[in-house]
Design a protein around this ligand. Structure first.
Ligand code: SF4
Length: 308
């Protein structure tokens, strides 16, 4: 810590439009509807946000069957598979859908291309709710989940004339491109949708971290372990040749990390709230460290809220 002189606080960082929308939806539902309010899965992948809402009486559940019939439920930002909507209908749940519009876009693509007879390669993480939601849109024999190039090498699709690749929104841009390039070589007729599925917020934060890594000795990523895009930010910093740590909040900072660090870079995943970033910054400011904003990309995206 003695050597630490300067912090670069990169932007964009923290909340994206989809997370802000999901948190605002839950906040509004809490204000306008009678408790108890249930949320299927974590509304967004951040432990502080979850515990803040739990303190306000929100009940988070993984299994929709554990929600009493007729209750009010919010579906998380990561999207949900159609069978969850069917169960909700059967249980007469009042559903508010906080699925990010950019995740929804991938659901619509999956349905559309499946309807047109395409076999789908879906690049994503097994067991991630976003992947589960999209895979749930189409019959299991029309799609294959691809996580790595190694897996891509083993795929044997039922036909190779009509094949398309879709992806989870929060992946590493570079790793995903590598897998897609490999698939394109192996399957020359592979089609890509007009716009890349990795979302603007994920891409911007990864590009910003690459710039940040050029200036600093160490990168701290504020975000929870469950957060896919936060993990990717840590990996991008590491691939740029710098050590990086993922921390939930300032209490997880270890002084031993900072022993030989003069310049520290800070970023935050899309589900990390502003106050956690401010707490980390104030912690360092109190030690006399100067803080400089490093603005790499400007963002100006907002999603409208549904009627609640
Ligand atoms: S990371 Fe991207 S896809 Fe996920 S909620 Fe944010 S804007 Fe939407």
């Amino acid at each position: 810590m003695k050597k630490l002189k300067k912090i670069y606080l990169v932007s964009p960082r923290g909340f994206c439009a989809g997370v802000k929308r999901a948190v605002d939806i839950l906040d509004l539902v809490l204000k306008k509807h009678k408790p108890p309010i249930y949320v299927r899965h974590q509304i967004v992948h951040n432990r502080h946000i979850i515990s803040d809402f739990e303190k306000r009486g929100v009940i988070f559940v993984e299994d929709i069957n554990n929600i009493p019939d007729g209750s009010t439920v919010i579906f998380s930002a990561h999207g949900s598979s159609p069978n969850l909507y069917q169960v909700a209908k059967r249980k007469k749940l009042k559903v508010f859908d906080a699925t990010c519009p950019l995740v929804n876009k991938v659901h619509l693509e999956a349905k559309k291309f499946n309807g047109q007879g395409y076999f789908i390669f879906y690049i994503g993480h097994k067991n991630h709710p976003e992947a589960e939601g999209v895979l749930g849109e189409i019959p299991a024999n029309s799609v294959v989940l691809v996580q790595t190039i190694k897996e891509a090498k083993k795929i044997t699709p039922p036909q190779t004339d009509k094949i398309i690749v879709l992806t989870q929104t929060t992946l590493s841009f570079d790793d995903t491109k590598e897998i897609i390039n490999y698939l394109k070589k192996r399957f020359p007729k592979l089609v890509q949708p007009p716009a890349f599925d990795i979302c603007y917020a994920t891409q911007n934060r990864q590009n910003a971290v690459k710039e940040l890594a050029k200036k600093v000795d160490l990168v701290l990523v504020i975000g929870s372990k469950e957060s896919s895009n936060s993990n990717r930010l840590k990996e991008v910093a590491e691939k740029s040749g710098k050590h990086a740590y993922l921390i939930n909040d300032k209490s997880e900072i270890k002084l031993s990390w900072l022993e030989n660090v003069e310049k520290l870079g800070i970023t935050a995943g899309t589900s990390a709230p502003k106050y956690l970033i401010e707490e980390v910054i104030n912690y360092f400011k109190k030690q006399g460290v100067t803080v400089e904003e490093l603005s790499v990309i400007k963002e100006n995206i907002n999603f409208s809220l549904p009627t609640i």
